[in-house]
Design a protein around this ligand. Structure first.
Ligand SMILES: *Cc1c(COP(=O)(O)O)cnc(C)c1O
Length: 228
């Protein structure tokens, strides 16, 4: 069992390294956020034993039950849509909230973080493709959100996240990853926010995301096996 996970992880790391070599990046600049939604605490323990520290969950409710059963030293990131009525729980459970998709949500996180007396790292989720089925901010509204965020004391906007449209061929994701990076570069210039982190790339397209500048990739199935 353990060797299976370790083999999968080693393979992902090898592929990150190869993608980095193709574009002249350093593998240590690409971090793995292991997407553990639907995985049992045993699997997460196994992943932690293999050296992973950062885990991504989509749902507050699932995380609330699971996190107390997992090793203490792990870092948890919320990568799914967050409803404002669950913000307080999310702020208590997670080390970062990576799918902030409205100003209203950002302000609710600020208020909850203020009440909890902590800082809250967040990412803005950007809907680069404009698909109506997707959560995420239209790129055009991001500068205004950043301007509003200047007044906030508790949220720390670390970067941006995107999910490209589903496609069999991972190359189809490349224009969306590239567009997010280019938007980010422009927002950085326009607003002064560094937006260092680019969270992009899942099991089937992470190599393309690395080639396009991802600093966090979010593989799930390729590490833990297919979800049921
Ligand atoms: C489920 C999920 C992932 C992981 O997807 P895989 O295809 O299993 O790698 C990554 N990011 C988000 C936002 C997800 O919801």
């Amino acid at each position: 069992m353990n060797s299976t996970f370790e083999t999968r992880l080693a393979d992902v790391r090898r592929r990150i390294q190869a993608a980095c070599e193709r574009v002249g990046r350093r593998p240590e600049d690409v971090r793995i956020l292991a997407v553990s939604k639907t995985c049992a605490p045993d699997c997460i323990r196994e992943a932690a034993a293999a050296g992973l520290m950062d885990f991504g969950e989509s749902r507050v409710q699932e995380a609330r039950q699971k996190i107390p059963l997992c090793p203490d030293a792990l870092t948890w990131h919320l990568i799914g849509h967050l409803q404002t009525n669950k913000v307080k729980d999310a702020v208590n459970l997670f080390h970062s909230i990576q799918a902030v998709d409205s100003l209203k949500l950002l302000l609710a996180i600020e208020a909850a973080a203020e009440a909890a007396g902590r800082a809250m790292p967040v990412f803005l989720e950007v809907n680069v493709s404009g698909e109506s089925s997707k959560f995420g901010l239209a790129p055009g509204v991001v500068p205004d959100i950043l301007k509003a965020a200047n007044a906030l004391r508790r949220v720390e906007i670390r970067g941006v996240l995107t999910i490209p449209p589903l496609a069999e061929d991972p190359e189809r994701a490349r224009p969306f990853f590239r567009a997010l990076r280019e938007h980010r570069d422009r927002w950085r210039q326009e607003t002064g926010f560094e937006l260092r982190e680019l969270s992009m790339g899942m099991s089937h397209d992470f190599e393309i995301a690395v080639e396009e500048g991802a600093t966090w990739i979010r593989p799930g199935a390729v590490l833990f096996g297919k979800r049921h």
